[in-house]
Design a protein around this ligand. Structure first.
Ligand SMILES: *Cc1c(COP(=O)(O)O)cnc(C)c1O
Length: 348
């Protein structure tokens, strides 16, 4: 069974966190001479002279209403990348512990592991991009602290089977991270409602994809309140700017706009898929549960370079194992997709 205290690194478990001025006094009104801010104002027309809410309570309130979880089950990071890095730092002893990933998958897991000097164990997806959950469980050893799954997976675009993930959550007594950056585009349900069922579950969401806010750098981790407490304890005190919090709050009030984006992107995705399937050099367009298509071609890097000369930029995945000769295409606007297809029609 998962035991949080035994899973944490000792230095993190016993860490006494920094207490900021805004932690020690939480009122909104008064003469604030506690944080060495500039009381005169900012060197801009709008005012940014006060430190932001370190625990983003207004944002969390809106997120908990939208996603149906408790505020104390939410961590807000400076992009999902911050949450991934903090998870490594909470649970993995550098040079000793390891993490299992299931490539081909998102490259940041490996980079974050390398930054933190954590060993990686790779269990490759099957040729049809499904997960071999038994192989994942067999790969676990005494120093395996975390299994990171990505569903829908980047760059393959497919969701990982719910029963496979649940088997891992049940049988593995360490942290299981499910990166759901693309969940808005998938028919599958999020694992969020299962937080109370699995104390070792961490779900990652982001504002960078469906919400259209990649520039803000806002990622979310959902987990038990005990895990969230630890993430908050080790994050930089003011990790989310006040401006980002304000804009995220505005977006959360407009979630209908996000739903409309998703609707349009799904229509465009199917449209683009059928257009690409007509091209002679396209061998296969993989089914997608995300806002991109993985496309197997006769010569990935040659097509990639041809498109660069036409100022259309795709992601070349042709050298990635299991994705040989594949290009990853983000679904764009109708105009962008038509332009891509018409340029591809002239490829020889
Ligand atoms: C795009 C993406 C993210 C988002 O990362 P941010 O740091 O929140 O922008 C997370 N995970 C995967 C798999 C992604 O493809």
């Amino acid at each position: 069974m998962f035991d949080l205290n035994n899973s944490l690194r000792n230095n993190i478990r016993f860490l006494k966190p920094y207490t900021s001025a805004r932690d020690e006094y939480k009122g909104n009104e008064g003469v604030f001479l506690d944080a060495n801010e500039n009381s005169f104002g900012s060197a801009t027309s709008d005012l940014y002279n006060r430190y932001p809410d370190p625990l983003q309570s207004e944002m969390k309130n809106a997120i908990s209403n939208l996603k149906g979880c408790k505020e104390n089950q939410i961590f807000v990071g400076n992009g999902s990348d911050e949450a991934i890095d903090l998870l490594f730092r909470c649970f993995c002893n550098p040079g000793i512990d390891n993490v299992i990933i299931t490539p081909p998958t998102y490259g940041m897991y490996e980079v974050s592991a390398n930054i933190n000097d954590i060993n990686l164990k790779r269990v490759w997806l099957n040729a049809d991009f499904s997960l071999d959950e038994n192989q994942v469980l067999k790969t676990v050893d005494l120093n395996t602290k975390m299994i990171i799954l990505c569903s829908p997976n980047n760059p393959t675009g497919n969701c990982i089977s719910t029963t496979a993930i649940e088997k891992i959550l049940t049988k593995f007594d360490g942290i299981v991270v499910i990166d759901e950056a693309y969940i808005d585009f998938a028919p599958n349900k999020s694992f969020l409602p299962k937080l109370n069922q699995f104390s070792n579950l961490v779900v990652l969401h982001t504002f960078s994809k469906a919400w259209g806010l990649a520039n803000l750098r806002l990622g979310l981790a959902f987990a038990s309140k005990e895990i969230i407490y630890v993430l908050n304890k080790i994050k930089p005190p003011y990790n989310i700017s006040g401006l980002s919090q304000k804009i995220a709050l505005e977006a959360l009030k407009n979630s209908k706009i996000k739903e409309k984006f998703v609707e349009n992107i799904l229509l465009e995705r199917e449209n683009l898929k059928s257009e690409l399937e007509k091209l002679s050099f396209v061998i296969k367009v993989y089914p997608s549960d995300a806002n991109f298509l993985l496309v197997k071609t006769t010569n990935g890097s040659k097509i990639y370079n041809y498109l660069i000369t036409k100022k259309v930029i795709l992601r070349d995945r042709s050298n990635v194992k299991l994705c040989e000769e594949c290009l990853r295409i983000t679904v764009g606007t109708h105009h962008e997709n038509s332009l891509l297809v018409s340029i591809l029609n002239n490829y020889k």
